[in-house]
Design a protein. Structure first.
Length: 364
């Protein structure tokens, strides 16, 4: 009979692996595994690698339900955005998720489609799933949503605005100040006749603030726009095209078109070329957001840069700290950037405008 070994060996567990199993497989303590899972930045890289290999080998997943029972938290954050079809929101959500993941939180996302009732439904659904906190977009929310949040008692922050109504914490830029500055730049290079293309549904206070910024800058310069110089549109390339056509038909004297999103501006520039206008020789066009394609179109688009990644990370930090009971700021204002590119130039002389108008009339 073979002699019994004086030492015991650990065999791979059957069934669902536990944190203790990962610790034994990696040859570390359970506390180290916990730190790798919850605060990886404080663990030495070689230990993180050992734990990661053990987790992969054992197909370990965290027992979220058990942790929630012990802590009273699901370690889950909800976010409701107007759409994921725009890169400005997709970039913010990616940054939000990455930062939350580093802290051991899971992100659930709802899409409101610029509809306040849909936003209310999405938030109710997220709260029913036991989220610990939530991120919204903008400061325009229905009274029902604000009451729902108040009753839920979980931390909530709204994004892409530097101040929100009704006392809700906010992180973002001053949209009105950004378009005031952009408009003053166009005034400084000689533009006196303007058109605006704006997407201003009831839920989009960011775009309404941008429109207000343009109007205030023009009024300070003694320029008052006619209602037909402001075209309201949805946020699409096709809407940008049709809005530009309407603008230039009613006001062929316009030399500068300010759009409240890059998508509208890119559509407007495409229609301008189709009608025989040269941008920026005959007219200047500006956008807002600085989406990736804004720097790649011809000519590259003058726009306002919005720090979507910083907004997402800042929102995550706010929620993590608020959930932990730490002191958090009420409002966080981040800087925007006016990005000068090839779609803007000094106002053209009257002769060039007359030629552009003639070409446009021929192409209508």
């Amino acid at each position: 009979m073979a002699p019994k070994s004086s030492s015991t060996t650990w065999s791979r567990p059957t069934g669902r692996a536990k944190i203790e199993d990962v610790a034994r497989e990696a040859g570390v303590s359970s506390a180290t595994v916990s730190r790798v899972l919850n605060h990886p930045a404080v663990v030495r890289p070689e230990l993180r690698d050992k734990v990661a290999r053990a987790i992969a080998k054992l197909s370990y997943t965290r027992d979220s339900a058990g942790r929630a029972l012990k802590s009273g938290r699901m370690r889950t954050i909800g976010a409701v955005v107007p759409t994921l079809g725009l890169s400005i929101f997709a970039d913010g959500i990616e940054a939000l998720q990455n930062r939350l993941s580093e802290a051991g939180y899971t992100l659930l996302i709802g899409n409101a489609q610029y509809d306040q009732q849909r936003e209310l439904q999405e938030m109710r659904s997220l709260l029913e799933r036991g989220i610990d906190g939530a991120a919204l977009v903008g400061g325009s929310h229905s009274p029902e949503l604000r009451e729902l949040i108040r009753q839920a008692g979980v931390p909530v922050i709204t994004t892409y605005v530097s101040k929100a109504s009704n006392g809700m914490p906010a992180i973002g830029i001053d949209n009105e100040a950004a378009t005031r500055e952009l408009t003053r730049y166009l005034l400084d290079i000689g533009h006196l006749s303007f058109g605006i293309i704006a997407n201003v549904p009831p839920s989009n206070d960011r775009s309404r603030s941008r429109l207000t910024g343009v109007q205030k800058a023009l009024m300070q310069a003694g320029i008052e726009l006619k209602p037909t110089q402001i075209i309201k549109a949805d946020h699409s390339l096709a809407q940008g095209r049709s809005a530009f056509r309407q603008l230039i038909t009613d006001h062929p004297e316009i030399t500068a078109v300010i759009c409240t999103t890059d998508t509208l501006a890119i559509g407007a520039a495409a229609e301008a070329r189709k009608l025989g206008f040269k941008v920026p020789q005959h007219l200047s066009i500006t956008g807002f957001d600085d989406i990736e394609i804004a720097s790649q179109v011809d000519p590259p688009l003058t726009t306002v840069g919005v720090p979507a990644g910083e907004i997402g990370r800042g929102a995550a930090d706010y929620l993590i700290n608020a959930i932990s009971g730490l002191s958090v700021p009420k409002n966080i204002q981040l800087p925007y950037r006016i990005i000068m590119r090839g779609s803007t130039a000094p106002a053209p002389p009257s002769l060039a405008r007359k030629s552009a108008k003639t070409n446009a009339l021929r192409n209508r």
